[in-house]
Write a protein that binds this ligand. Structure first.
Ligand code: ATR
Length: 495
């Protein structure tokens, strides 16, 4: 189940939020603590109006909520709302004192045991435990204890590395007997578990329009992009590892592709600090294949049983697949780069190239060109790196200051540095370089679509290619490596 956590200050706005997301969600968590005080008197009508199973949650500040009330008052208000409405669940923190759950009725002055009242009405109690700093050592014991009284245990903890993520995935194996449980791993490391909530044995995953807790995704992304609610025991897991990784466009290539060929598979971003531990996780949850991005493209090499020729040459791998129990590494950046200019190379319209930059991305480009008999000159800010790459690939080299020497002398100019994106948006690594208009010009950057470098080339009349094209092409080849099928031509990923 995908559960929308409301983030609005009024009931009317919260209902509109539910309406906007209705096609993506199965239930709602009404966050009473986020509502304006005056709204609480009518909060009991919410479940009936939204017509979805609803959790009543009145979160304290110390658990990531907004309520400043003491527990006695808070529980008393919560009781008033819940017993009058049609709530299916109520969230009560595990450390609320027994005495605070014995609530005096304002009208009759009689003390009532709130938990017994809930059970009598058939409202399920979610016993929640929060840790915003870590995954506690006694996590498994905690869940078992919370589940003891027949309530639904909920643990919301914070993984700080991939080792913690492994612990979260082990919950399903270790606590198979606790059938109903809610497990939430917060923060960036937890994102993969929010998507794969079924694989960690959680009965639901929380989603919100604007992150009511760290790492939350939108209901739309969980439902449409990831199809998180379709995961079952036969779903094959794929993913991408990197650091950072959450901004990656690759899920937008692979998930719609899997869906389109009716392949029961999901592609998920994994924030990874240690590659070695990720391989353990990959064994634990039987990951079928994964993409590799910065900074792990070299780090994965020692764990691969087989590597392709281009991985050996470039010394970097961006795609890992499981073949007959062994991890195999290929580099689709190499082929993805070539795809848009393959015909021009075959027709010998491209025989010479100038490659700007000598970093990781440049290595795939220079090797791909060299292997296709294009004569390359590498220019780079740091001379030593240009020399190193040029010697390795039997190419020529020069410094960035000398770049104007090559104006009108090459068929292809490739920009592989980071200049032009992020903080350097609007800049070019070669601002004085003039194009004749006859060159093919390629920039590996995909955000923005058109860098300063490409704009200048385009204005001069050159044929231009941006990094989006390469990203898509390398993704399509990964898809083939993962599934054995061509990427469906009717799918046009947007990123
Ligand atoms: P990637 O894997 O994306 O290629 P990288 O290996 O860090 O990243 O390489 C970055 C490239 O951008 C290098 O060629 C780098 O030049 P240096 O080798 O001199 O560092 C280039 N680069 C980074 N900042 C630059 C700048 N301000 N001007 C020119 N080139 C720059």
């Amino acid at each position: 189940m995908i559960c929308l956590t409301t983030s609005e200050r009024t009931l009317t706005a919260a209902l509109k939020q539910v309406e906007r997301n209705k096609e993506y969600i199965d239930m709602v968590e009404l966050r009473l603590d986020l509502l304006e005080e005056g709204e609480l008197v009518s909060a009991q009508i919410f479940p009936r109006l939204c017509a979805l199973p609803t959790i009543a949650t009145f979160r304290r500040i110390c658990d990531g909520g907004a309520s400043k009330l003491n527990d006695k008052t808070r529980i008393s208000i919560l009781r008033d709302i819940v017993l009058k409405g049609d709530f299916s669940y109520v969230d009560i923190e595990d450390d609320v004192k027994k005495s605070d759950l014995k609530v005096k009725d304002a009208e009759t002055d009689v003390r009532h045991d709130f938990e017994s009242e809930l059970r009598a009405k058939g409202i399920r109690i979610i016993r929640s435990y929060h840790d915003f700093e870590k995954v506690p050592a006694e996590l498994f014991g905690k869940i078992t204890k919370l589940a003891k009284k027949g309530d639904i245990p909920k643990v919301a903890v914070t993984p700080n590395n991939i080792v913690d993520v492994v612990t979260i995935f082990r919950i399903q194996q270790e606590l198979k007997d606790v059938k109903e449980k809610i497990v939430v791993a917060m923060g960036d490391y937890g994102v993969c578990t929010r998507i794969l909530y079924k694989k960690i044995g959680s009965m639901l995953t929380f989603a919100s329009e604007n992150q009511t807790a760290p790492g939350q995704l939108t209901p739309k992304d969980l439902k449409l992009l990831y199809r998180a609610d379709m995961v079952n025991s036969r779903t094959n897991v794929y993913g991408i590892i990197g650091n950072p990784v959450l901004q990656t466009a690759s899920p937008k290539i692979h998930n719609p592709g899997f869906d389109s060929i009716h392949y029961n598979a999901i592609y998920v971003p994994f924030l990874v600090d240690k590659v070695r531990t990720f391989f353990k996780l990959a064994e634990l949850i039987q990951i079928h294949g994964f993409s590799v991005t910065v900074p792990h493209k070299r780090d994965v090499l020692p764990y691969l049983g087989k590597i392709s020729r281009e991985v050996k040459q470039i010394g970097a791998c961006n795609t890992v697949t499981r073949i007959q129990g062994m991890w195999k590494g290929i580099n689709t950046d190499y082929y993805g780069f070539l795809a848009p200019i393959e015909t021009e190379i075959a027709e010998e319209k491209i025989k010479t190239a100038l490659v700007i930059g000598a970093g990781g991305a440049s290595r795939a480009v220079v090797w791909a060109l060299k292997n296709h008999h294009v004569k390359v000159t590498v220019v780079n800010r740091t001379k030593e790196k240009a020399i190193h790459l040029a010697e390795e690939t039997m190419s020529s080299w020069d410094t960035l200051e000398n770049v104007k020497k090559y104006e009108g002398k090459v068929d292809l100019v490739v920009q592989t540095t980071v200049i032009g994106m992020g903080e350097t948006m609007g800049q070019s690594p070669v601002p004085d370089f003039e194009f004749t208009g006859k060159e093919f010009v390629y920039d590996l950057i995909y955000k923005p679509d058109y860098t300063e470098f490409l704009k200048k080339a385009s204005a001069a009349g050159c044929s231009t290619y941006n990094g989006k094209r390469m990203l898509l092409e390398q993704g399509k080849l990964q898809f083939e490596a993962f599934t054995g099928y061509h990427y469906p031509h009717w799918i046009k990923p947007e990123f």
